[in-house]
Design a protein around this ligand. Structure first.
Ligand SMILES: Nc1nc2c(ncn2[C@@H]2O[C@H](COP(=O)(O)OP(=O)(O)OP(=O)(O)O)[C@@H](O)[C@H]2O)c(=O)[nH]1
Ligand SMILES: [Mg+2]
Length: 259
């Protein structure tokens, strides 16, 4: 990749009015410091009641400055995280696509490291001399951690259990199979087709499909933090996690049985 590389950052949002502008500002700071790269930020919002979509629209056309690199997709009749990501991917014009949670639990400060993991030829993490297709932000490699506390206890246990199961049953070398934060070549996404699933299980499915096609995926450590502002969209009780956990297990066993 020698010419200008375009990076598309997809931000799926549902009621993130308190987090979205600080997140976009940090992404702008980080991404504008990358050499020979352009970027676009695509917010895919499901008509949030707290007007997240409008806050971003106002920010992108403010009186002081126009920010044409920001696109807002306001979805009226569609719902769901995976489908929002698919709409973002479909409209992305970049060579490299990034996505992440927008509650500031995924650190925007490491976005450039994720991108460089793909673009740098002399990547130190890349031992097998194959082009890196994707870089996953990971809690479960050296230097990474899941620092969520309090009501996130069950969520933390669920993520760790899935990681353990993946080591036993899945071919993907990726440890953080429910990360939700990565940089990936758009061409690889086109190869495997649209993301499948409702919520976080799409990530496991995607990693298994990429592994099957022998894509080289590396991980970069990060610390996952609690959401500080805004309401949680996921259950924080045992029953809720058990229900959600079943969907994740289904995807793991689907791929385990195929290999
Ligand atoms: N467009 C869209 N985005 C969503 C939807 N559900 C969640 N999101 C976004 O997806 C990201 C992850 O959702 P979170 O609510 O942080 O889910 P979580 O991390 O499992 O749980 P909490 O951090 O406790 O809220 C955030 O950016 C959300 O705003 C949805 O139905 N549509
Ligand atoms: Mg979250």
């Amino acid at each position: 990749m020698n010419n200008i590389i375009i990076i598309s950052v997809i931000l799926p949002t549902l009621n993130e009015s308190q987090n979205i502008i600080p997140l976009i500002k940090e992404l702008e700071t980080q991404l504008s410091s990358l050499k020979n790269k352009k970027f676009e930020i695509i917010v895919v919002d499901d008509d949030s009641k707290d007007l997240t979509w409008k806050i971003v629209e106002d920010y992108s056309h403010s009186l002081e400055e126009n920010r044409p690199w920001i696109k807002v997709i306001r979805r009226i009749s569609k719902r769901g995280l995976t489908s929002a990501l698919n709409d973002g991917i479909t409209s992305a014009t970049g060579d490299i696509v990034v996505w992440m949670d927008c509650d500031l639990s995924h650190p925007p400060k490491i976005v450039n490291q994720l991108v460089r993991g793909i673009t740098d030829n002399n990547n130190n993490n890349n031992n097998n001399n194959k082009d890196v297709t994707a870089v996953v932000a990971s809690r479960y490699v050296s230097g990474g951690s899941d620092a969520r506390k309090g009501k996130y206890f069950f969520q933390k246990i669920l993520s760790f259990t899935l990681y353990t199961l993946s080591k036993w049953f899945l071919k993907t070398p990726v440890r953080d199979i429910t990360s939700g934060y990565l940089a990936i070549k758009k061409s690889a996404l086109l190869e495997i087709g649209l993301l499948e699933g409702d919520y976080g299980e799409y990530f496991i499915d995607m990693l298994c499909k990429l592994a099957k096609k022998n894509h080289n995926i590396i991980e970069l450590p990060y610390t996952f933090k609690n959401r500080e502002l805004g309401e949680s969209k996921t259950a924080t009780n045992f029953g809720g996690y058990f229900f959600r956990g079943r969907k994740y297990l289904k995807v793991i066993f689907k791929h385990a049985l195929r290999t």
